[in-house]
Write a protein that binds this ligand. Sequence first.
Ligand SMILES: [Zn+2]
Length: 207
Amino acid sequence: MERKVSFLKILPLTFVLALIAITVSQSCRRQCVSFSEVEIERIGSDSTAGIMPLFTTLDTAELSFLRLQAAPLTMTDLQSDEYNILRNRMLCTVLDTANTGVGIAAPQVGISKQLVAVQRFDKSGEPFEFYPNASISYYSPDKKYGWEGCLSVPDMRDTVLRSTMIVVNYNDELTFEPKCDTVSGFTAVIFQHETDHLKGILYTDYK
Ligand SMILES: [Zn+2]
């Protein structure tokens, strides 16, 4: 009888402790990633959710957002569900058959973080690859004019003078190791266009 009573006393305590553990882990998850509450809401929790609404220059508030300097991603961010969902949804957005692009930057979907996706026309199969904390450390003095458009600047195309070769620095998605890559040709133009987005620069600024 005594044993039964003590068991019944422990049971609610175990339940309360489990509840506290769940609450703490939930709030830690939110505190540990650097995504803001608004960003977490925009990313959502469904990796099959598909395209994200594009921020464009047609809307004053969205244009102000596109002008922000994006914040770096931490290693914890890259290991989070939010990052994986964002990555999937950015890919869906850039591949949207109604409005296809060759690159996309996180600020274009309302996430002010240093993440770009670039279609690697210089690699076999021309895959889209993601580059967290991408920045260009070298721009070749050799430059060429080429046509550009932007998913955030609807119904416009123009020529821009860009370096023909660049060196891009970024963090490996899995290990967070700093990496760099020397890129030339059209893919180098995409890297320049997308990393500009992380600094709040649009290609139309070069006119
Ligand atoms: Zn763009």
